[in-house]
Write a protein that binds this ligand. Structure first.
Ligand code: AQP
Length: 327
């Protein structure tokens, strides 16, 4: 069975971009692949993080993973910090990664721009991500479009390592959806929807109330026309809303265009509110049930055990190849 690995950071709230671009697709893969889904808490401290928030966001994300439909009897759900092999392999890989490669990472440039304090963790983040993936002999990595460059670096590191030390790593392939891999910000359709955007109406979080969802969608930028038509280049705002409608509501782009012909953006947005609220409501109900049940800790403990079992074998393999003494 092919192996899948992916992770989400427990930073702030999870939004529908994270859901559509990554987490929803995890659920679709769980029946056919051996899936490892990680809460990458070590990644989330690359930007200074309040300890209480980290703790709460980590538990929240674990509950959300289950609430969207990930079944812990089918997939391995775990916290990155519970598996020390991630940090250890990251160091071994750092010693096989070049500064020039990290200097090219656009996410580092964006996230460090204008900041007075930038941690070395933020700089070496892509190497930790490579370690996460390579530790599980991963075949496929479902991610949003923004992670494409990091995935390419991961592959480069693995290919180079295999050439230098002999076959060690499975070379992973990204699984980036053709449609919906980049959900845009509601306040600026040229930027991707992002957790770190301080405008709360730029995004819809999975746990947002119906009234917040309504406000954010009604405020979403469109254009000066009134035609509901998919045209990413000339109508990025409307096209983004249509993408969300299509993926969460199941109506094709063509059907959406026909349904709202001559009706303007008001009616379209009003129905989109219904579509999003109906898609998120069952997740929110299940989320509350999971939190109350107290099952999250048990799932994370069992997940960590399985993840350690698999990853320790790969780490052992790597260390032997590199010449470390292993008993
Ligand atoms: N806007 C998006 N559209 C589609 N997919 C997205 N992803 C993120 N934003 C979008 C995908 O979600 C997964 C988890 O992301 P992450 O937790 O690693 O963090 P991120 O990419 O840093 O998320 P944000 O929201 O963009 O946070 P900030 O503000 O910190 O930059 C990944 O698979 C990602 O591709």
């Amino acid at each position: 069975m092919k192996r899948v690995f992916s992770g989400v950071q427990p930073t702030s709230q999870i939004h529908i971009g994270n859901y559509i671009g990554a987490i929803k697709r995890f659920v679709e893969l769980q029946n056919d692949m051996d899936c490892f889904f990680c809460i990458v808490d070590l990644h989330s401290i690359t930007i200074p993080k309040n300890p209480k928030e980290l703790y709460e966001n980590s538990l929240q994300l674990a509950a959300l993973y289950m609430a969207v439909g990930l079944d812990p009897t089918k997939v391995t759900l775990f916290l990155q910090s519970h598996v020390p092999a991630h940090s250890e392999l990251a160091w071994l890989l750092q010693c096989n990664t070049y500064i020039g490669e990290l200097n090219r990472m656009t996410q580092f440039k964006e996230k460090s721009q204008g900041k007075e304090i930038v941690t070395t963790g933020l700089y070496t983040y892509p190497v930790l991500m490579a370690a996460d993936i390579l530790l599980y002999d991963t075949n496929y990595v479902p991610v949003g479009n923004d992670q494409k460059q990091h995935l390419e670096l991961c592959r480069d590191i693995a290919i180079r390592f295999n050439k230098k030390y002999g076959d060690t790593f499975v070379i992973p392939e990204p699984l980036i959806a053709k449609f919906g891999a980049r959900i845009m910000s509601l306040d600026d359709a040229k930027k991707k929807m992002s957790k770190s955007n301080e405008n709360k109406h730029s995004k819809i979080n999975l746990l947002d109330s119906p009234s917040k969802i309504k406000k954010s969608i009604m405020k979403a930028v469109t254009d000066s026309e009134s035609e509901v038509r998919y045209d990413e280049e000339n109508k990025p705002g409307v096209s983004n809303l249509m993408t969300i409608y299509n993926i969460l509501g199941g109506l094709s782009l063509e059907d959406i265009e026909n349904k709202y012909k001559g009706m303007g953006y008001g009616a379209f947005k009003k129905d989109l509110v219904e579509v999003v609220v109906s898609a998120l409501e069952p997740i929110q109900i299940r989320y509350e049930e999971i939190l109350k049940s107290g099952e999250v800790e048990k799932v994370l403990k069992e997940g960590a055990e399985r993840a350690q079992e698999v990853s320790n074998k790969v780490l052992d393999r790597v260390k032997r190849k590199m010449g470390f003494i292993m008993f």
